[in-house]
Design a protein around this ligand. Structure first.
Ligand code: ADP
Ligand code: ASP
Ligand code: MG
Length: 453
């Protein structure tokens, strides 16, 4: 059995018209396993509702919940109206009943949050996973109106994780075991439709895999069942040389390696969740990024060995960054200095994007957050501290070391008056990182892109 895992994101799940397109794409496959996101905007709204409830604004939170219910009911009724079928009354009733039950549960979670006066990570996961729970059930039901044998499969039965709420780690062994059941579903002629982004911990509480985590769900499921392909269907025709929202000249890449795609996602390209490629890579399953509005476009194929002889493959960027520089007091011994700095980062579970060191100082570039003030206070124990905010990170992916001088020349000539805070080149990873003022980041990225591509 040659299984294809197909994942459709929030924009693909926006309204009844895109739902129809999604179902039409699925119907071209013999054994598809489908993973879907929440409908567009829903996850953000759910988190907002949770925050409002925590602040005591339960009425506002419940208003959001009511609007989510209404929007989903409308998508279903519009869909059924445009696709008449004898079963439609039954489908509509079952959808309304299911959505009602989920929204009822959501309202209970919001009420509980208001009473607690805080949104715990566990509660935040339970609330934010509601979008995928609703969308996956409804899409599977709408498939029936097209005479498709779509069947909703609850993601909690498949995606088993630890209890690290907000960014849970999958338990691969258990996922592999539980995904075996999907083959039985496929063999019986049904198409499983599964909500992405969330799963369940050992104690049966809902967990999420982190923002944009549906890509990761698809890849975990694809690896578990040994799929032939994992296909990420989205609103652009693949992975582009740069973010097409900001760089209109950017072009889709025909092919790239798991390695470069991971770096690209990690350094800010929203098109893929950074962990997506790992499970696929382990089982050597090609990952495709395809445009669901232009299915005829080739898209990008991501495979293990993809060589290129370009100076640089693509670029990505991250806004809202900061740099922290710690310079050792003379009393701190050189060999223990870095250990002390990194121990503080570990304590706060803070990941960073780039780092430069000298014998007695270190500059770390990382996403800005409130924690950085606390971090700076702790670093004062080790050395003098300079915290600079409103920074941006530009990353060139898949660079050739022999061309590093050409690349840095291009960057410096594009920068003009812009100051660079930090530059680092990693030969192993073929990455060139440049930290600069955030307000100049987009403009510089556009210039660098258009000179290099
Ligand atoms: P989905 O809802 O399908 O998960 P996302 O919005 O998460 O879609 O990801 C697709 C978006 O990622 C594109 O619309 C595009 O704006 C953005 N994007 C950022 N960088 C890139 C890139 N290098 N290539 C393609 N898309 C990118
Ligand atoms: N709906 C989730 C989010 O917006 C997961 C996803 O779409 O991938 O982050
Ligand atoms: Mg996404």
């Amino acid at each position: 059995m040659q299984i294809n895992v197909l994942k459709f994101g929030g924009t693909s799940m926006a309204d009844h018209k895109t739902w129809k397109q999604v179902l039409e794409i699925i119907s071209n496959y013999e054994y598809p396993v489908v993973v879907v996101s929440a409908t567009a905007r829903t996850t953000r709204q759910l988190v907002e509702a949770g925050n409002l409830a925590a602040k005591g604004k339960l009425d506002d939170a419940l208003e959001i919940s009511a609007s989510i219910k209404e929007r989903h009911n409308k998508i279903v009724s519009d869909f059924l109206e445009e696709n008449p079928h004898a079963k439609n009354k039954l489908i509509k009733d079952s959808c309304a009943k299911n959505t009602e039950a989920k929204i009822g549960k959501l309202n209970k979670l919001l009420t509980y949050t208001e009473r607690q006066g805080a949104l715990s990570p566990q509660m935040k996961d339970a609330i934010s996973a509601m979008g995928e729970q609703i969308s996956s059930y409804l899409l599977a039901q709408c498939g029936l109106a097209l005479d498709m044998m779509t069947q909703h499969i609850e993601a909690r039965k498949l995606i088993k994780t630890d209890s690290e709420y907000g960014k849970a780690n999958p338990n691969r062994l258990l996922i592999n075991q539980h995904c075996g059941s999907l083959e039985t579903v496929l063999e019986s002629g049904f198409t499983p439709i599964i909500g992405g982004f969330y799963g369940e911990s050992k104690d049966k509480t809902v967990t999420t895999l982190g923002f944009e985590g549906s890509d990761y769900s698809a890849s975990l499921i694809g690896a578990a069942i040994g799929a032939q392909t994992i296909e990420i269907w989205t609103d652009v025709s693949g992975v582009y040389t740069g973010d097409p929202r900001y760089i209109p000249e950017a072009k889709p890449l025909a092919e790239m390696s798991y390695f470069d795609a991971t770096e690209m996602a990690y350094f800010g390209a929203k098109v893929l969740h950074p962990s997506t490629l790992k499970p696929a890579q382990e089982r050597n399953i090609p990952v495709f990024v395809k445009n669901m509005f232009k299915p005829e476009d080739e898209g990008t194929k991501i495979v293990r060995d993809s060589k290129h002889d370009l100076d640089v493959l693509a670029l990505s960027f991250k806004q809202n960054m900061a740099t922290v520089t710690v310079s050792a007091y003379e009393t701190v011994m050189g060999y223990s200095f870095l250990t002390k700095v990194f121990a503080v980062l570990e304590q706060h579970r803070l990941a960073f994007d780039a780092v430069n060191t000298t014998e007695a100082s270190v500059t770390i570039a990382l996403s800005d957050s409130e924690i950085l003030d606390q971090l700076s206070k702790e670093f004062i124990e080790i050395g003098t501290v300079t915290l600079e905010r409103e920074k941006g990170l530009l990353t060139l992916i898949g660079c050739s070391i022999n061309k590093a001088d050409k690349l840095t020349d291009t960057i410096f000539s594009s920068l003009g008056e812009v100051d660079i805070n930090m530059i680092s080149f990693t030969k192993e990873k073929r990455i060139l990182n440049v930290v600069m003022d955030d307000e100049k980041l987009i403009e510089t990225t556009q210039k660098v892109h258009n000179q290099l591509f």
